[in-house]
Ligand binder design. Structure first.
Ligand code: ATP
Length: 253
């Protein structure tokens, strides 16, 4: 398939949804173009994971639509999902499968060319210091090592959209640096990235644009400097102050 960067866009438009008739996210609009990475930030309970669940097709919207490269998730879920790789906050590990078998599952699920995929897997496994553990059971790995398995599997897929939920907790600084390098590479190769995080110090090494989700609504989108201006933060203020302001808004709502 010819890659035309102009058509490679994630569009979330007027998305309203949640777990019951009372919506958790309301009229969310977000566009991520090819080569763009957006950080989704907000207080606990703001609706970040709920937005991600909609994006992965795990929840059905009450209103609105999600398209990727023009493919509507509601109309062509299988086609849409093949273009998406997901790194969950809590690693999903199958207790009876080895590391090698976990990666084989990914290769099968995304119908990857086996030789090319293993070439890529070896690079990623070496980067994350897991190359000698292919026959181990990841269920016995540490939290950080399990997180690395998720990262290796996601970057193996070559998916167009990377959805990443709070990746930094549990990763050591070497792994964080490698992960940030992969995010930058993914952007350079024209992928779209949506990452939720509370760890702006690490995120800002790779991500320049942030969407602020407050009580289920995207309140502002921009660079960290634009966010400072919008919320009246001083250059000397830490971003903790932003969260305090969001909390005040929530209390006053
Ligand atoms: N499975 C569920 N069933 C019902 N309500 C849920 C469920 N999961 C989350 N919620 C509710 O949806 C709201 C948003 O939760 P969500 O997990 O999307 O927040 P978040 O922004 O990801 O928070 P965090 O920063 O803690 O990860 C919260 O009020 C939460 O209680």
């Amino acid at each position: 398939m010819k890659k035309d960067r102009e058509n490679m866009t994630l569009e979330i438009s007027h998305l309203t949804g949640g777990y019951s008739s009372i919506p958790v996210i309301k009229d969310v609009n977000l566009t991520i173009a090819s080569g763009e990475a957006i950080g989704l930030i907000g207080l606990n309970g703001a609706g970040k994971s709920t937005t991600i669940k909609h994006l992965l097709g795990l929840l059905r919207p009450q209103a609105g639509k999600i398209t990727l490269n023009g493919i509507n998730l509601a109309e062509k879920p299988a086609e849409f999902k093949k273009l998406v790789a997901y790194i969950p906050e809590t690693p999903v590990i199958y207790p009876e499968l080895t590391l090698k078998e976990h990666l084989e599952l990914t290769i099968l699920a995304y119908q990857l060319d086996t030789d090319k995929a293993w070439e890529k897997a070896k690079e990623l496994l070496t980067m994350f210091r897991l190359a000698d553990k292919l026959d181990w059971l990841p269920v016995h790995f540490s939290k950080g090592m399990q997180q690395k398995v998720m990262i290796v599997a996601a970057f193996l897929t070559d998916a167009q959209l990377l959805v990443i939920d709070e990746p930094f907790t549990g990763l050591d600084p070497l792994a964080v640096a490698n992960f940030i390098g992969l995010i930058k590479e993914a952007q350079e190769s024209g992928k779209e990235i949506l990452m939720t995080t509370h760890v702006l110090a690490d995120a800002q090494k790779a991500i320049k644009t942030y969407a602020i989700l407050n009580q289920g609504t995207i309140e502002f989108t921009g660079s960290l400097d634009e966010i400072r201006d919008h919320y009246g933060l001083e250059a000397s203020d830490s971003f903790d102050k932003l969260y305090q302001l969001l909390y005040q808004e929530q209390k006053n709502a």
